[in-house]
Design a protein around this ligand. Structure first.
Ligand code: UTP
Length: 331
């Protein structure tokens, strides 16, 4: 089994963060998204990884090789961002001898049964019922959960079952050939070579692909979902930290994740805050937020915020002169 993780996208919906930081390296609950995905896969015995890199790809390579020095992994460049199907095609040489592959999008954190997915003898796709199927890849299934149709972001969805971004494919050669055909004939959907189109082609060719429902799915492509993911993961036992030093004159409201070498004074931190390493926080109140490495935060109240690496923010407070019987609401 080879895990294939496309992380070449530009992450435009998460700008300005993704101008300098690849989406998959943004920390949630104390760990970059890609770290959470690698740990999940290693836990169920996946040993071989192919990362498809592009935008800021060297940063991703550095993180993985430094944090997982023993990981058996290859890095492949996708030189043009032409869609997820094209990303997988870019790794065709690395995949051609694999007996099966698991494709996982590098910005999706899935709370699902990966062990059962690996053990199932058939090709499988993880899915979840959603209220806005038109914004995702959507599958229709028969009464045994076998996919009969898969469409990328349909205008009129015929089901509410969305593809969450995890695909176990046993017919690797057929899949690569289907993507190759679409590229050769410039068959795009929404101007990209879609993985879902190639999957539909192999289904039409007789391949049987089952479905597996997941409990939770965090597509971390947007700020609100990223903060929501941070909150949900910090509620789980494995993610928060509680072994940090006593910070001067400060209150920590759990759950939080605080990195090393932070200087926190006269502040209230939490709940649901991820603070990376080497961060300075003085006289601040922070909740529901993600703070990057070497950020400097002073004299401010932050809620539902993402502060990037090396960013500085301070002094958002008011000087007021308020008379008796006045009511002011800044919310
Ligand atoms: P997305 O379309 O959600 O990510 O792709 P994006 O393109 O980076 O984000 P936006 O839409 O501009 O905000 C899902 C995953 O597939 C990868 C992305 O890096 C992400 O991990 N991807 C996408 C590629 O590797 N190559 C592509 O051409 C497109």
């Amino acid at each position: 089994m080879k895990a294939v993780i496309p992380v070449a996208g530009a992450g435009t919906r998460l700008r300005p963060h993704t101008y300098t930081q690849p989406k998959t390296l943004i920390p949630v609950a104390g760990k970059p998204i890609i770290g959470i995905i690698i740990d999940q896969l290693k836990a169920v015995g996946v040993d071989d990884f192919v990362f498809i890199i592009g935008h800021l790809g060297e940063k991703i390579r550095d993180y993985i090789t430094n944090s997982y020095p023993d990981l058996n992994c290859e890095f492949v460049h996708q030189y043009e961002r032409l869609g997820i199907g094209h990303a997988i095609w870019s790794a065709r040489e690395e995949l051609k001898d694999a007996d099966e592959i698991m494709i996982i999008l590098g910005d999706s954190i899935i709370d699902g049964d990966f062990k059962a997915l690996l053990e199932d003898p058939h090709s499988m796709i993880m899915i979840k019922k959603v209220s806005t199927p038109g914004t995702f890849g959507v599958v229709e299934t028969d009464d045994q959960g076998i996919i009969t149709n898969i469409v990328e972001k349909p205008k009129i969805p015929k089901s509410n079952l969305a593809v969450v971004g995890v695909y176990k494919i046993k017919e690797v050669e057929k899949l690569i050939n289907a993507i190759q055909y679409n590229i050769d004939h410039e068959l795009k959907t929404l101007d990209e070579y879609q993985l879902t189109d190639a999957i539909m082609a192999i289904i039409n060719d007789g391949v049987r692909i089952g479905t597996m429902r997941v409990d939770n799915w965090f597509d971390c492509g947007k700020k609100e979902i990223l903060l929501n993911t941070n909150r949900m993961l910090l509620e789980k036992a494995t993610y928060p930290t509680d072994d940090f030093p006593a910070y001067f004159n400060s209150i920590i409201i759990h759950p939080v994740s605080i990195g090393t070498n932070c200087d926190i004074q006269n502040s209230v931190i939490g709940p649901h805050v991820t603070i990376s390493d080497n961060v300075v926080i003085h006289s601040a109140i922070i909740k529901n937020s993600i703070i990057g490495d070497y950020a400097k935060i002073e004299d401010i109240v932050l809620d539902d915020s993402i502060v990037g690496n090396d960013a500085a923010v301070k002094g958002f407070n008011q000087s007021l002169n308020i008379g008796d019987n006045t009511e002011i609401d800044f919310s």
